[in-house]
Unconditional design. Sequence first.
Length: 61
Amino acid sequence: MADKTIKVTWVKSTIGYNKKQAKIVEALGFKKLGQTRVLPDNASIRGSIFLVKHLLKVEEE
């Protein structure tokens, strides 16, 4: 059985937001604005995405 994944794109800069949100984006593995990552769909990833949802675009796979 294949694990579920989600496609996440970093679409908005962390400048002007608190440093904790920048650290969360970095912890999700993003290096550059506009980068897309395919991440496992689990509770910890979903929780991190929820905290910075205004900076990311999420697509179900």
